[in-house]
Design a protein around this ligand. Structure first.
Ligand SMILES: Cc1cc2nc3c(=O)[nH]c(=O)nc-3n(C[C@H](O)[C@H](O)[C@H](O)COP(=O)(O)O)c2cc1C
Ligand code: SF4
Length: 405
């Protein structure tokens, strides 16, 4: 365990640099898709949602999820980076800045995870496949579309700069588009975008280079990578460590945040804890709901929750890399944060713990609380369809007001 007498271990409550930024402490609110963005635009409810952890002590909040193209939205309620979204995003960022926090935005393309039916546009993945959640066919993206998407990322980064974001987090995990290319299971292409790790990683690396090029030097650029998709035949160590090393060598990123799991094929691997199968079946349309009732256990197995559940794999990445790393996954206790600092991680990102208790960081700092009260029921996962929240404390849906345009 962490040695409190070792003064070389950073104090998690002291300021720290992330590329060009100085964060007031080492706590980041992880991306937790909020789902109160009708027409893909910011609302006051979205701002209120982020104000809570920001007032509760996080140095940087992460707005999720910002799609770079219409077919890259998880569904039609997801923010899509286009000029019409900028005024609302600017108000969002300004409000967080006024409270003394920095703002990251998670930029991405949902690829095969996108809901083609709700988006009204076909989904694109590394290869043609059936989406197990909405029953629609995902098309294999063409080389011309790949070029267009790389350009969409660059445009998205420029719009984020215009809105005043401090940091861009590129989503490379959970079998979204770039992650579907990395996965030997979901990438069945016969061209130069498949085969060796270099080939499967090229799309992600070209996107990162384009985003870094488009973003001003004053902005940080980070990426959220998968350590293990948790899917047989999928992306996992040691390839994930090798991929992290390629990204380090490219030199475009200020930090890597480490996650795992697959929104397509193994969502609870991402969270650990209970599988809210009943709640999930209720939000699926017929006949998917019926299929889910019959086969839900296979699609959504549960995993026993363990504090800091990605630590063993993350330590391998720490040992292999010199660049800053953001530790994520199952952080509830101050002791875990201190251990992460002792392990050499530079920041911690927290999702559910601050969803349940937005002021947990402040309470950890003033010594009134050392442990969060999240019970890892994962019912908040399903609340993305009715306004993300800890449903244990807030069972009622959040109604979004008119978008800020
Ligand atoms: C309601 C909810 C929505 C989430 N949405 C996203 C998302 O949009 N993008 C993402 O990368 N991760 C998302 N996550 C995953 C979190 O960022 C984080 O990886 C996960 O919750 C594990 O961290 P934790 O143990 O601190 O909660 C979401 C998590 C929750 C609970
Ligand atoms: S619903 Fe609340 S208690 Fe349950 S996992 Fe989510 S944040 Fe934790």
């Amino acid at each position: 365990m962490a040695d409190a007498t070792n003064t070389s271990i950073p104090d998690p409550f002291a300021p720290a640099t992330l590329g060009p930024l100085t964060l007031k402490n080492r706590f980041i609110k992880a991306a937790t898709f909020e789902g109160v963005t009708p027409q893909g635009l910011v609302t006051q409810e979205l701002i209120d949602y982020h104000l809570r952890p920001v007032r509760g002590g996080v140095a940087m909040t992460t707005l999720a999820y910002l799609a770079v193209a219409p077919e890259g939205r998880t569904d039609d309620g997801c923010i899509w980076l286009r000029p019409a979204a900028v005024p609302g995003l600017k108000k969002f960022v300004d409000t967080m800045h006024d409270e003394g926090a920095l703002v990251a935005g998670q930029i991405g393309h949902a690829g095969p995870v996108a809901n083609a039916k709700k988006n009204g546009v076909p989904s694109l993945g590394a290869s043609k496949m059936l989406n197990p959640i909405n029953g629609k066919i995902t098309r294999a993206i063409t080389p011309t579309q790949i070029d267009r998407v790389i350009n969409d990322y660059a445009n998205g980064a420029r719009l984020m700069a215009e809105a005043g974001f401090d940091s861009i987090e590129i989503h490379l995990a959970h079998n979204y588009l770039l992650s579907s290319f990395l996965s030997p299971k979901f990438n069945k292409r016969k061209d130069e975008w498949n085969g060796s790790l270099e080939n499967r990683a090229r799309f992600a690396r070209e996107v990162i280079a384009a985003v870094r090029d488009a973003a001003p030097a004053s902005m940080a650029v980070t990426a959220k990578i998968s350590l293990n998709d948790g899917v047989p035949g999928g992306f996992r160590p040691p390839e994930s460590t090798e991929f992290a090393r390629l990204l380090q060598d490219d030199g475009h990123l200020n930090a890597l945040e480490m996650t795992g799991g697959s929104s397509l094929a193994n969502p609870i691997y991402l969270f650990k804890g209970d599988a809210p199968r009943e709640e999930f079946a209720k939000v699926l349309p017929f006949p998917m709901a019926l299929g889910f009732k019959l086969f839900g256990k296979k699609f959504m197995p549960s995993y026993p929750f363990e504090e800091a559940y990605f630590r063993p794999m993350a330590l391998d990445v720490r040992a292999a890399l010199d660049m800053p790393l953001i530790f994520l996954g199952g952080i509830n206790n101050l002791a875990t944060v201190q251990q992460a600092m002792a392990d050499g991680f530079d920041f911690v990102a927290m999702g559910r713990a601050v969803l349940r208790e937005p002021d947990l960081i402040k309470r950890m700092q003033d010594g009134t609380q050392t442990e969060g009260n999240c019970i890892h029921c994962n019912k908040c996962m399903v609340s993305i369809y009715s306004g993300s929240r800890c449903v244990v404390d807030n069972p009622n849906p959040i109604v979004a007001s008119a978008p800020i345009a």
